[in-house]
Write a protein that binds this ligand. Structure first.
Ligand code: ZN
Length: 149
């Protein structure tokens, strides 16, 4: 069995203690709420979309260290990107946390690569991907609450 401590790398702990873009955005034109009942992670993601670009992004809520760090690092990774780029990054990230592999796209992940250890802990995959699923729902203008179950 892999050691659980390996999952909580320094960068993940640091982001969970001091999440970036951890605030609402009053002028956001897209937002969505996501919930992971298995763990209790619950976040709302706010996005200001200008044309096709994610101009600003923030989030609020509470959850475990993995879910919060993932949300924090996601906001940094997608800010300034196009919707299509954010979707592609999510696909790569999802592959990484479910299989531990990202093939040729690994360079696109940057710091997000620290989440590769999540693939050893299937129950944590939902924590790591909650914010991403919620972002997709926001970008697609979905009104209903996102649930990982
Ligand atoms: Zn969690």
């Amino acid at each position: 069995m892999p050691d659980l401590r390996d999952l909580y790398q320094e960068v993940i702990l640091e982001h969970s203690k001091a999440p970036r873009n951890f605030h609402t955005i009053a002028q956001a034109n897209q937002k969505a709420e996501g919930f992971n009942p298995l763990c209790g992670d619950h976040f709302t993601v706010y996005v200001t979309v200008d044309g096709d670009a994610i101009q600003d992004i923030g989030f609020q809520g509470s959850g475990c260290a993995i879910s919060k760090a993932s949300a924090s690092m996601m906001t940094q990774a997608v800010k300034g990107k196009s919707k299509a780029e954010a979707k592609k990054l999510f696909d790569t990230f999802h592959k990484l946390v479910t299989t531990g592999e990202a093939n040729g796209d690994r360079n696109d992940l940057g710091k997000l690569a620290v989440f590769s250890g999540v693939s050893e802990f299937p129950v944590r995959v939902k924590c790591a991907t909650l914010a991403w699923h919620t972002l997709q729902a926001a970008l697609e203008g979905k009104q209903e609450k996102v649930s990982t179950e």
